[in-house]
Design a protein around this ligand. Sequence first.
Ligand code: ADP
Ligand code: ZN
Ligand code: ZN
Length: 749
Amino acid sequence: MADFKPDAVAPATQARVLRVAVPTPLRRLFDYRPAGAPPASGWRAGIRVKVPFGRRELVGIVIACADESDLPPAQLKPIVACLDAEPLPADWLWLCEFTARYYQHALGDTLHNALPGPLRQGRPLEARTRERWRLETAEATALEQLGRAPRQRELVTLLAQHRHGLVTSAVSAQGFTRAQLQGLARRGLVSCHEEPLTASAAPSGPLLATPALTLNREQAAALAALHEGLDRYHPCLLHGVTGSGKTEVYLQLIEAVLGQGKQALVLVPEIGLTPQTLARFRKRFRVPVVALHSGLTDLERLDAWEAARSGRAPVVIGTRSAIFTPLARPGAIIVDEEHDGSFKQQDGLRYHARDLAIARAHREGIPILLGSATPSLESLAQARSGRYRHLRLTTRASRHAPARLELTDLRGRVRQGGLIPPTIEAIRQALAAEGQVLVFINRRGFSPSLACHQCGWIAECSHCDSRLTLHRQPPRLVCHHCEHQQPQPDACPSCGSADLRPLGAGTERTEETLATLFPKTPIYRIDRDSTRRKEALDQVLGEIRRGEPSLLVGTQMLAKGHHLPHVTLVVVVNADAGLYASDFRALEQSAQLLIQVAGRAGRAERPGRVLVQTLHPDDPNLRLLADSGYDALAYQLLEERRLAALPPYRHLALARFEAVKEADAQATAEAAGEALREWLAARGSPVHALGPVPAPMERRQNRYHVQLMLSAERRSALHEAAAWLVARLEQETSRRVRWSLDVDPMSLS
Ligand code: ADP
Ligand code: ZN
Ligand code: ZN
């Protein structure tokens, strides 16, 4: 990221030609002639325009103004309308242009992704407002003037009960009409004010609603370091064990930023933007804290975006896409759980919000704080080389040190719902001591496969190279890659035997076993199936937090992010999935997940215990993680990455090709690979091109997947080659083949 130099965007007020980014996958701008009255600001980059495009009209954004076009004047179409008086913020436009260039994505589509829906559709930028009605005289005076108008008298009485007035919707909820309000307003008894929908009342007075905690020594040192870099680009890694009080450091950094009259942007993982997280920030500050997440309606999103852009929202918290929120007075960016995979968008515009956050902070000259108990190897490498300041928190704020991982040997042991007898005994003890037990199993469904005990047949997806998962609630076989479903067969389709058995355990099976073993204990299962509705999850978490002894069975949905203060025992049903997976990040990611899961134990008053079941208790990586902790393993993995010439020591870009016919995907990828190698050789480029090779799961949803990998030590070389490849693919790819380019891929599948 660091060696990227942005072009300067030259503003121009007099324009004969507008270069417009239009929402298409084409990586180019389109020229139009200005028409109608120019915007108040003059023609500049960042003005939205409606333009004719083929047979449609689209909303595009002016990127540059020019005197001449390559098109003959007769072919230069006029715009349909200018939509803005003022351009969209220049920093925002810069970020979008950077994103498009860095990820080799069409600028028009990037801008489209970065705008809230209503702005994409051409809605004006002004904040939406609502009306607030307030009684302007004493109640008695008003009633006196009204005489015998019963409804109006009731309305006056209602308004008199609300010193700060009522918004129209609240008044109509009481059965009054807007006409009645206007009637009172005409008599001068009631006033009407417009106010923005979001973040309306920024109160004056003290910043904090509740006082900050007194920091411990390490927290104080971290905060002092952050205070030194408030006015410049200052990248820091806050590397602190779970429960070490990172959030408290964020809160006090934000306090300093707000104290300077600036805004803070906080990015959290998808799973982390819970009502509890928001409540924690809202409880601390007396200023509006605005949330941006996937649960908002288009208009709510627009309101939040606008509150951030106008500066009315001093604190903005959001998931991945919130990185594209403009700020009027940017003061700091915080990325919590910076290692989390949800910061990377895996389709369409494939960007990494943490990496964009770094680029953005650099451009805007503001501090950026990446926080994690288990930092990504990328960030660790930056911290170790001194490019990021490394701030460490090694002790928990509560009395208890993080629990150690106890490895327990699964080999040759009877398993019930995935659990071996010593584990079941430990659960019994924890429940007897009035604790809660979290059983972590990263597979939803009843069992990850269904097999014939006679002939060895295994149920497989007919559309993918994968096995079908057996579900019991309701009974069916499901492919977790393409969502294909089919009924569970009564007999083996291969040999006719009725002896079909589930192999291995998923959440449903473990839940079922625990229910038989502990019939009197409440069990909560939390996975994607049990919590399709968001309220369902919030409700269950609420019950769990009441603290009764209970069993929690869940996937990472349960294990990440949530504060579960009464859990005293964590059981990892199987730690092995990531140990021998082929992907180069698999081990890093499963270590992060294990530590995160383990961090759920003993958060409050009681110490915790973490049992990790494994078939490989002697695996050196797992041992290192258990005996010496995440950091020791991470530093060793970094060394391995260096030797294997993998990220973060080498940069990758992955071109993926897919087609219904294997030969189509293969042919296109081969031709592209060959042309690329020729181009690289002719230029003496140090970039390596590898492949094409079939993707790890070659057939998915009846399509064949093939991939070509580019790698280089220097980013600039990689980007040059990737740009060339993309330009070629854009021109020469058959319609039968879909392709995409993933810069800094998170996985090679
Ligand atoms: P992390 O974000 O590192 O997991 P948190 O910020 O959630 O940790 O802190 C864990 C718990 O410790 C919280 O309940 C928090 O209120 C408390 N805590 C954090 N810092 C302090 C402090 N300096 N003094 C007392 N309690 C603290
Ligand atoms: Zn069979
Ligand atoms: Zn499938």
